[in-house]
Structures are given as structure tokens and as C-alpha cells.
Write a protein that binds this ligand. Structure first.
Ligand SMILES: C[S@@+](CC[C@H](N)C(=O)[O-])C[C@H]1O[C@@H](n2cnc3c(N)ncnc32)[C@H](O)[C@@H]1O
Length: 247
């Protein structure tokens, strides 16, 4: 009887180790423990930005208050269902603070993040945005509506590739010298994130800023910051979390 118990214990231990192993967790999205980790790490966005640059944060809030209403109205008019938005107020804020020359983002959809970045670059008077997207196949009108929130006057500083990360990202990376800001908001699987990071990595520098949206989906962000011993912050925006790697 004793032998049987210890065999069962061993079996449970092996099963338990497997379930919590990195290999297993890389293939399962949306577990509660991912969100718990993000929640535990998150610091207040408003406080952080205001402490760092109160003037730019005030400007960001003005932009946010105007654009969130205008954008929602515009989307309602089109009637097309697109993905949710990234942490676009922070993207505006960080672009105004850091004045990057080269910004790369994955995942455009309606273009909340693209519009915020492009508006900030325009005000900076310098910088270019390179974006990838792969339109939702099953949503009618999604392909035509990509970047619909980006005003025509800002498009001169925008390069958009709609063939997806696998085709578009390596091409974009080959077009730039250095990536100062990278925003990931496309294929949210562990593998999708891992792939994109491998591609952009060669053009990142020590002072680059890297942002991953929806980090509550899996442990990719957590594993990445641990592996490279990166400085990072986690913020909550609209009940989801984004992670920022910074110098
Ligand atoms: C959450 S939305 C992006 C939201 C956008 N950043 C914003 O703030 O408005 C995700 C977008 O990524 C696109 N996408 C999904 N898989 C992709 C892939 N493999 N490569 C590029 N884009 C992808 C989706 O079609 C969708 O348009």
C-alpha cells in the first residue's frame, strides 16, 4: 500500500512539474496566474508620468480626452469591429518625452496607437513610424479599416505593411538603423511575441524602449525581463496590462 502511495505521489509531482514548466506554460494563454503577476507588478500610470514630466503628462491628458471621444465616434460611424487599443496615452507621452527617430509597432487595427505615436512625432517635428498588421480575416471591412483613425496629414511619417509580422517585420527591421521605441500589439501568443522580439533584437540599443501590450495573456514578458535582467515597469490601462522595458 505504501509503495502504491509513493508511486502516486511521484506521478502527481511529475504532472505538477510539467504543468508549471516553461514548456507547458508557453502553449497555454489566458491563465489567471498571468494576470495575477501583472496586477502585482503594476504601478499607477498617472503618478509615474506626472512625476516624470508633469507638463507633457498634462498635454497627454488633453490629447487623450479629445482623441478618445473623436476616435470612438469615428469607429461607431464605420460599424467595423476591430481589435481593442494598446496603451496609447503612454505611447503619446513617451514619444513626446523621448523624441524617438524610429518607432516600430506591430498591430494597427483601427490605429489608436498609430495615431497617438504619429501625432506625437508630428509635434516633435521629427521621427518616423513603421507598422505591421495582418487584418482580421473573419471581420468584414477590417482590411479597409486598418489605421482608420490616422489622419491623412500624419501619414507622411508612416510606413505600413499589412502582410503580417512574419513577412513585414523582418523587412521593416532591415530598413532602419536603430529602433528607439518598439511597441508590440499583434499576435499575442507566446510564440508570436518571441518571434517578434528575435527579429527586432538586433536593432535595439541599450537606451531603446520596448513595450508589450496585453502581458496578462501569458508569461512572455515576465520570462523576457528575467532572462535579460531588464529594467521594467508594468502599467494597467483599460483593465489590461502593458509592460515597458527601459534603460
Ligand atoms: C489589438 S489589435 C491592435 C490595436 C492597435 N495597436 C491600437 O492601439 O489600435 C491587434 C491587431 O494585430 C493584428 N494581427 C494579428 N496577428 C498579426 C500578425 N501575425 N502580424 C501582424 N498583425 C497581426 C490584428 O489583425 C489586429 O489588427
Amino acid at each position: 500500500m505504501q509503495k502504491k502511495t509513493s508511486f502516486l505521489n511521484k506521478l502527481f509531482k511529475i504532472a505538477g512539474d510539467f504543468i508549471t514548466s516553461k514548456f507547458f506554460l508557453r502553449h497555454i494563454d489566458g491563465l489567471k496566474m498571468y494576470e495575477d503577476w501583472a496586477k502585482k507588478e503594476a504601478i499607477p500610470l498617472e503618478e509615474f508620468c506626472n512625476d516624470n514630466d508633469p507638463d507633457i503628462w498634462k498635454e497627454t491628458l488633453n490629447f487623450y480626452n479629445q482623441f478618445s471621444n473623436l476616435g470612438s465616434e469615428r469607429l461607431r460611424e464605420t460599424g467595423v469591429k476591430l481589435g481593442g487599443c494598446g496603451g496609447y496615452p503612454f505611447l503619446y507621452f513617451i514619444c513626446r518625452c523621448k523624441k524617438p527617430q524610429t518607432v516600430i509597432e506591430t498591430g494597427v487595427a483601427a490605429g489608436w496607437s498609430s495615431a497617438a505615436i504619429l501625432k506625437a512625432l508630428e509635434l516633435n517635428g521629427t521621427g518616423k513610424l513603421y507598422s505591421t498588421d495582418l487584418p482580421y480575416k473573419k471581420r468584414p471591412g477590417a482590411a479597409e479599416a486598418i489605421g482608420i483613425l490616422v489622419e491623412d496629414k500624419f501619414r507622411k511619417n508612416w510606413y505600413l505593411d499589412t502582410k503580417g509580422d512574419r513577412q513585414g517585420l523582418p523587412k521593416i527591421v532591415s530598413m532602419v538603423q536603430k529602433i528607439e521605441l518598439f511597441h508590440f500589439d499583434s499576435d499575442k501568443s507566446y510564440k508570436g511575441r518571441e518571434y517578434a522580439f528575435e527579429v527586432v533584437k538586433e536593432k535595439l540599443a541599450d537606451d531603446s524602449i520596448i513595450i508589450f501590450d496585453d502581458i496578462q495573456d501569458n508569461f512572455h514578458f515576465k520570462d523576457l525581463v528575467m532572462e535579460y535582467d531588464y529594467n521594467y515597469k508594468v502599467f494597467e490601462f483599460e483593465r489590461k496590462f502593458f509592460g515597458v522595458i527601459h534603460p
